[in-house]
Design a protein around this ligand. Structure first.
Ligand SMILES: *Cc1c(COP(=O)(O)O)cnc(C)c1O
Length: 219
């Protein structure tokens, strides 16, 4: 099936209120343009350099989402244009995003990434680290970032119950946090293998790559 056909199939599975981030990491511009031609405007990348190269050459009405782990020294390259940073997993990173956003006189929307998976290797904050950020005085002074919601990745497993429980835990944290930050609107969870469970558990934004663009080749 073509990228356009895959996109149509995936989109048909999504409730209207759920935003689709087409994850195009490792894929050539021609693949992104095919999705663009089929109407897709929101793309996700996990490397700042690759995303910036694509931003420079592809149509300017694309919204670029950084979904991967970000090194602080790379923030400056995406600060002029990034639409949403999903993977904010430390206060130091958030402060760097604020600093670079200030240079461009803009407010960069961010999601805080929570560690919900069993795997130690996955990035993200625990509840205590989240509260340390949200309730700190310094957080109030960051005028060039805006926290729009939370992001999380479930364990890579066939165990549907475990995946569901992990998404449920993220949804509970999201609702609890809304008491402090009522403006939160985005719960980014769900990938090709688990997005239907994520939607059942309250996801408002899914990040889907291989179901649209096919398997990735890292060689
Ligand atoms: C690669 C990636 C995705 C998409 O994964 P697929 O399984 O190809 O849909 C989603 N989220 C993050 C953070 C990723 O790195």
């Amino acid at each position: 099936m073509s990228i356009a056909e895959n996109l149509k199939k995936v989109t048909a599975m999504l409730p209207e209120a759920v935003t689709l981030v087409a994850v195009s990491k490792t894929k050539p511009n021609s693949d992104l343009l095919e999705a663009y031609g089929a109407g897709q405007r929101v793309f996700g990348e996990n490397k700042v350099q690759e995303m910036t190269q694509k931003w420079e050459t592809l149509p300017k009405d694309i919204q670029w989402h950084m979904i991967g782990h970000v090194q602080r020294n790379k923030v400056k390259y995406m600060a002029p244009y990034v639409h949403l940073v999903h993977g904010v997993d430390s206060f130091r990173l958030l402060k760097e995003i604020n600093k670079q956003a200030q240079k461009h006189d803009r407010v960069i929307p961010c999601l805080l990434q929570m560690h919900i998976a069993e795997e130690e290797t996955k990035f993200g904050l625990d509840k205590n680290e989240l509260e340390e950020i949200i309730f700190s005085e310094e957080f109030q002074t960051l005028k060039n970032i805006r926290i729009d919601g939370l992001m999380g990745m479930a364990t890579f497993t066939d165990n549907v119950n475990q995946i569901r429980k992990e998404f449920q835990s993220l949804q509970r944290i999201f609702h609890a946090l809304k008491k402090t930050l009522p403006e939160l609107s985005i719960l980014s969870m769900g990938m090709s293998g688990d997005y239907q469970i994520a939607i059942e558990e309250g996801s408002t934004m899914v990040r889907i790559g291989s179901s649209i663009f096919g398997a990735r080749n890292y060689s």
